[in-house]
Write a protein that binds this ligand. Structure first.
Ligand SMILES: [Mg+2]
Length: 413
């Protein structure tokens, strides 16, 4: 490759879909286009997951209680979320990103870092890369728009895509990054939450430039280890590489039984135990399940599967179990069965759920989180509930799995 083609030492794109859930709904349903749309549940405690750009002038946004949002924007159309649909559109978008680089780090369903270093000979200079990415996403999704920020470090690329929204394309060359950051408010500093921002303001720092110009030792005295971190970011230094993500899209637990079972309560016992394991593993990996799948294998080796989407993503075993048990009604085959499997699919990061107030903070979740700590200390078997021991004792161990690519066997549908 000719050196003439190289532009910057490192080229990092941050790509983030605009109002993703709302945009998918508007794209799928022309009647919603041009309308203020709120994705979420109308029910009592529901929050807005995404507001379409038409709704945003009314000062409504993510994580706001739905009731409050509807007071501000009564004409808004409330659409319940379809996480399964968003997951499949997301998969298409991530495929487009993967066409640009082998190094794609997905941050959520609709957001990723893409390492484009050294790819000028394929895509041209940074601005052309960004433009082609936008066009390819638009075409692959039949009309969805992505905002793109490009720079030499993750931090600047991320801020650039945020500031460009919607339909943004902002390129910040490395030698311009420090001066570009300087006038931005400290709310744009990565890692500075509301409390830290208040402390920064109180100490007289109002812009990123003010932090960049301060001696890092002074910042360390004032803010501890965060000080030098902020100083580095403000000076456009961010050594983090784009980490290829291998996020599993399903997590499950299949049990091949030593003896075939037919009775529903026996199948349910197995589902319950699997749900407890999966719930614990989801919480351990900080993931939420968007849906649940049950697999049964008959004694004739016929594999049957049914799946459903949860009303809200969850990591609560009781919720996973209830969904799995309800799926049993949808199997016609009376058995007997030699394998019972439960899987959580459409996995997303729990961080985004927590941000949106999605996490089910029920007593059940608290209990399960407490049990996680016990299991960590004393081992899994300490937790087995006495009433489940009888049915489970004679079976082979669980085959837990994590799958990066979900190939759902729907042939029996
Ligand atoms: Mg987005």
């Amino acid at each position: 490759m000719s050196n003439l083609l190289r532009t910057w030492e490192r080229i990092i794109i941050h790509a983030d879909m605009d109002a993703f859930y709302a945009a998918v709904e508007q794209n799928d349903n022309p009647k919603l286009r041009g309308q203020p749309v709120l994705i979420g549940s109308r029910s009592g405690r529901g929050v807005v997951l995404t507001a379409s750009y038409e709704a945003r002038p009314f000062k409504v946004g993510s994580a706001m209680p739905m009731a409050q949002a509807l007071k501000r924007c009564p004409q808004a159309i409330v659409v319940p979320p379809r996480f399964e649909r968003y997951t499949s559109v997301s998969a298409r978008i991530m495929e487009v990103f993967a066409d640009f680089s082998p190094d794609v780090e997905a941050l959520s369903l609709d957001e990723a870092f893409i390492n484009m270093s050294g790819a000028e000979h394929l895509f041209g200079p940074p601005e052309a890369m960004a433009l082609k990415l936008k066009q390819d996403v638009f075409e692959a999704t039949g009309g969805l728009r992505v905002s793109v920020g490009v720079s030499h470090i993750k931090y600047v690329a991320k801020v650039a895509s945020d500031l460009g929204k919607p339909d943004g394309l902002l390129v910040v060359p490395p030698d311009k990054a420090v001066s570009w950051l300087a006038p931005l408010p400290i709310s744009r500093l990565w890692g500075a939450g509301p409390k830290t921002q208040a402390r920064l303001h109180a100490a007289g720092y109002n812009t990123i430039g003010a932090i960049a110009a301060t001696d890092p030792r002074t910042l360390e005295r004032q803010f501890g280890s965060m000080g030098p971190h902020f100083h580095a970011l403000a000076n456009a230094r961010d050594p983090r590489q784009v980490a290829r993500s291998q996020r599993a899209s399903s997590m499950g637990s299949d049990r091949t039984l030593n003896h075939d079972i037919t009775a529903r309560k026996d199948i349910e016992s197995h589902l319950k135990r699997s749900a407890e394991r999966i719930g614990r593993r989801l919480r351990g990996k900080n993931l939420l399940a968007g849906g649940v799948r049950v697999r049964l294998k008959t004694s004739q080796f016929k594999l049957l599967s049914r799946q459903c989407t949860l009303a809200e993503p969850s990591d609560v075993a009781a919720t996973l179990y209830a969904a799995g048990a309800a799926l049993l009604d949808r199997f016609d085959d009376p058995g007997p069965f030699r394998l019972v499997g439960l899987a959580a699919h459409s996995l997303t990061s729990a961080d985004s759920g927590a941000q949106l107030g999605l996490l089910d903070n029920s007593d059940k979740r608290q209990l399960e989180t407490t049990l996680d700590a016990v299991a960590e200390k004393f081992g899994d078997s300490a937790l087995r509930r006495a009433r489940d021991v009888d049915t489970l004792a004679k079976d082979t161990p669980d085959l837990d799995f994590l799958r990066a690519h979900d190939k759902v066997d729907d042939s029996d549908r």
